[in-house]
Design a protein around this ligand. Structure first.
Ligand code: HAM
Length: 444
């Protein structure tokens, strides 16, 4: 056995790479239209950066970091970045922007590393496309982030659900936290093992429990404790989404796995990607710049899980994938010029045409034609070229006729126009379409 890739790490080849590039390209275009500029930050940072931002008790920091001691004299502890936000905030402060020019809009794109249990949509190396806005207190800024995600969603032709919540701020959060702790202690012997741990370390995550769902439904939520300013902020986000005709649901139990969020928090989920359904997530983090040693500048942002969004795109495309209307079967290399000219003629008539790679064996070509789900196969061999004809086979009705070469394009145009009024997958028309007779092809 040769050397294989590590668990949770992926090779992206051909169309898989294309689809990821497409997501990144669309996201970049939208970010630039919204006047964001690019920031590139290191893959490796001091571990302390994540401990002080993502949160020491967050799963990401506690269990999932690729961390090790650098081989310098001080044996600096470093970690591969599990997310982009802390590095961007560090770079923003280190570049002095928090004091000299606080209002900034950045986007970034690249690999992140989390040592999670791999499953569909959950990788150990994955890619994020993220944006961060600094210096904006207003709710309109949070709404703009959701509008950007909706623009991306529409550009990619996806159906996604927007879930939003408010987590309150440093004024109202303590009252909520105390109420949640009280509730947790009162229900201690009904909580699962993980929730016992959460209660001690990170009580907000109690709301996130996938085991005690029924029980946590009775727990207090942040929205019950919002102060007037937070309540107004959230209302403006909601109004802006409604004005932009973006459907959303308020999920009062939405809490994020990272510690820095304040006020608006959101997740955008896809029903097409399995249990790891959050394809984009983010929110406001007003205290983070200051907590990392910068000026008291507010922040807000999101990150797209590129592979997860690509999965959603893949699922959407395979449902709507259009097969070619016609496949051309060139029997042997000698007839390729005629096959090519026929393909161009059909494409000029807007007929979706695929030219299969030439083969001597008709059987192999026919198998590939069937697999392509095309409506017609056009078969050209030496014999057809000598006589100036093409065998036109209706793959759905298993009928075949000979058509003069110069009349094929017109013939296909007429037949496909008729065929379109009898969609084969529509059960109401199925009895009009004769079933396959399995007729053997005569050797040409
Ligand atoms: P996050 O929710 O940890 O937030 O990650 C954002 C997105 O990255 C998730 O919604 C998901 O699509 C993707 N993701 C996370 N972990 C994995 C994984 N193991 N495999 C595949 N995809 C994954 C953040 O990282 C914040 N920094 C987002 C943010 C930016 N908040 C404000 N600004």
């Amino acid at each position: 056995m040769g050397i294989t890739r590590l668990r949770g790490f992926q090779d992206l080849i051909g169309t898989d790479a294309d689809i990821v590039s497409r997501v990144e390209h669309s996201a970049r275009t939208i970010a630039e239209l919204h006047n964001f500029s690019e920031i590139r930050i290191p893959l490796l940072e001091r571990i302390e950066l994540y401990q002080r931002s993502s949160g020491e008790t967050s799963d990401v920091v506690e269990k999932q970091m690729y961390a090790f001691s650098d081989r310098d004299e001080a044996e600096t502890l470093v970690a591969l970045r599990p997310e982009g936000t802390p590095g961007v905030v560090r770079a923003y402060i280190e570049g002095g922007l928090d004091r000299s020019d606080p209002e900034q809009r950045f986007y970034y794109s690249g690999p992140m590393f989390r040592r999670e249990r791999p499953q569909k949509g959950r990788l150990r190396q994955f890619h994020q496309f993220g944006v961060e806005v600094f210096g904006r207190h207003d709710a309109v800024c949070d709404a703009e982030l959701l509008i950007m995600i909706d623009e991306l969603r529409r550009q990619l032709g996806l159906t996604l659900e927007f879930q939003i919540n408010s987590l309150g701020d440093s004024l109202c959060r303590p009252a909520f936290r105390a109420a949640l702790l009280r509730w947790g202690r009162e229900n201690l012997n009904r909580l699962c093992g993980d929730c016992h741990e959460r209660l001690e370390k990170n009580p907000l995550r109690l709301l996130d429990c996938k085991i005690d769902v029924k029980l946590t439904a009775s727990a207090p939520t942040p929205r019950d404790y919002l102060c007037d300013a937070c309540r107004r902020h959230f209302q403006v986000v909601e109004e802006a989404l409604t004005a932009s005709a973006i459907p959303y649901v308020v999920n009062p139990r939405l809490v994020r796995g990272l510690d820095y969020y304040t006020r608006t928090a959101f997740e955008v989920v896809s029903a097409a990607v399995g249990s790891q359904s959050a394809v984009v997530a983010g929110g406001r983090y007003d205290g983070l710049v200051e907590a990392l040693g910068g000026a008291p500048v507010p922040g807000s942002g999101f990150a797209i899980g590129v592979e997860r969004l690509a999965l959603a795109l893949h699922a959407a495309q395979s449902k709507t994938e259009t097969p070619p209307a016609v496949v051309i079967l060139a029997i042997g290399n000698t007839v390729v010029p005629q096959a090519n000219s026929l393909a161009s003629e059909l494409r000029n008539e807007n007929i979706r045409t695929d030219l299969l790679s030439p083969e001597r064996g008709l059987k192999t070509l026919m198998r590939r034609a069937d697999k392509s789900k095309a409506h017609y196969a056009l078969i050209i061999g030496d014999n057809e070229v000598a006589r100036g004809v093409v065998q036109v086979r209706d793959l759905r009705q298993s009928t075949q006729q000979e058509v003069p070469f110069e009349k094929v394009a017109q013939h296909m145009k007429e037949n496909l126009a008729n065929a379109r009024s009898f969609p084969i997958d529509d059960p109401s028309t199925q009895d009009i379409v004769p079933t396959r007779q399995g007729g053997r092809l005569k050797k040409i």
